[in-house]
Design a protein around this ligand. Structure first.
Ligand SMILES: *Cc1c(COP(=O)(O)O)cnc(C)c1O
Length: 403
């Protein structure tokens, strides 16, 4: 007799909360101090903002960091600083959050979707190379779920074709590729500090770079186009007020102290889950190459094969797994080009040529990912070894009940 599934009123296989965000009295005191000081804002010289920026740059092994309001605006700062002009093409993957591509539209440029690799869900270098035209200006690889893209291949393509590389590292704080922190390899690395991300202050974003000119431009764009040494009411570049508060900066500074330890823990639990889940019929974790020296598992992803679960649909399985108490989700329902925004070209952008037609785009691997993936969320990977075993048991419980 199989046990009653939680979705049908049975008891949960995993009866435990996985808290996020994590904080203690140091976080509370740091924010309180700023509140009491009355110096809440950041007129581009906020002490605490600058302090956090140097901490984060140093942590990533980069020269500069510039905070901003979120991880979408950070992509915009990077694109404009990289010198894109209206109508330029920017290569992006279709299996990612919308703003990887919509930030390109906002810069009056054309997002060109190229397929992901079926084993990693990261942008395929061969597909990038095949999509390059004389209008291509930049590539935005996304380290999906915190798994590093094939950066050697991508940097090589960029070098040969004179393209800029903006790493969308919104999932990848602290993760590494061949010992290098993600975000520090391309021309610019972009991060989000939104609530769900591995480093958070509720909202926020940051860009990192080693390039003096990109730094000066992104810093100016973030601060209404003002420049270093310029007057308060002198504006040189098409920026806006994208500044963060000092409350966010001190909170991030406290959170950053925990990041390396949390990343190690997720990395270890992810490796352990790979072992456990590979032994279950019908499940396949994504491939992790030798180049991945540290994975931060913003999302732990495995592929689900319904034929080993009596034909139970991926969506029904995802609902059952979540009901069993595993913090998990079915992920994106469609690749980005299928979104009404792109299908209907509902853009306030007249630089995109008429012949660009997203109804004709077809990326089979991204479409497959949207129908087969299961995501386990990062805070669950901060649990203990026993919790990972309990996740595997929850899956086996469903398999037994179904088959
Ligand atoms: C979250 C996210 C962003 C945007 O970050 P926000 O801070 O929410 O604007 C960009 N890219 C990816 C891949 C993301 O997951």
């Amino acid at each position: 007799m199989s046990e009653k599934l939680a979705i049908h009123g049975g008891s949960k296989a995993v009866d435990k909360e996985f808290p996020w965000p994590i904080y203690d009295s140091n976080d509370v005191n740091a924010v309180t101090e700023i509140v009491m000081s009355g110096k809440w804002g950041n007129p581009d010289c906020g002490d605490e903002v600058a302090r956090f920026e140097s901490e984060f740059a140093a942590y990533c092994g980069s020269k500069y960091a510039i905070t901003c309001v979120n991880g979408s605006v950070s992509l915009r700062l990077a694109l404009i600083a990289c010198g894109v002009k209206p109508g330029d093409e920017v290569i992006v993957p279709p299996y990612t959050f919308i703003t990887t591509a919509s930030s390109v539209i906002e810069c009056n440029c054309v997002p060109v979707f190229v397929d992901i690799d079926a084993d990693t869900y990261n942008i395929s270098p061969a597909a990038i190379e095949a999509a390059i035209t004389e209008r291509t200006k930049a590539i935005i690889p996304v380290h999906f779920g915190g798994l590093a893209c094939d950066m050697d291949a991508i940097m090589d393509i960029a070098k040969r074709h004179g393209l800029r590389v903006i790493e969308d590292a919104a999932h990848a704080h602290g993760a590494e590729y061949k010992g290098k922190k993600l975000g520090s390899i391309g021309d610019v690395g972009s991060f989000s500090f939104q609530s769900s991300k591995n480093l958070t202050s509720g909202e926020g974003g940051i860009v990192i770079t080693n390039d003096d000119e990109l730094y000066a431009m992104m810093r100016s764009l973030r601060n209404v186009g003002r420049i270093e040494g310029g007057q308060w009411y002198d504006h040189y570049n098409p920026g806006c007020n994208y500044r963060t508060t000092q409350m966010q900066a001190v909170l991030l500074s406290q959170q950053l102290k925990r990041l390396e330890m949390q990343t190690q823990k997720r990395n270890d639990n992810g490796l352990f889950l790979n072992e456990l889940l590979s032994n279950i019929r019908g499940l396949m974790p994504l491939t992790r190459s030798e180049a991945i020296t540290l994975h931060c598992y913003h999302i732990y992803i495995f592929k689900y094969d319904a034929s080993e679960f009596g034909g139970l649909s991926r969506n029904d399985f995802a609902a059952m797994l979540a009901a069993e108490g595993v913090p998990s989700f079915k992920g994106y329902p469609h690749p980005l080009y299928k979104q009404p925004l792109f299908q209907n070209k509902n853009f306030m952008c007249y630089a995109i040529p008429d012949h660009v037609d997203y109804t004709q785009v077809h990326c089979p691997n991204a479409e497959q990912a949207c129908s087969e993936a299961i995501w386990i969320l990062q805070h669950a990977l901060l649990g203990e070894k026993e919790d990972m075993q309990a996740f595997a048991q929850a899956i086996l419980k469903i398999q037994r009940a179904i088959c």
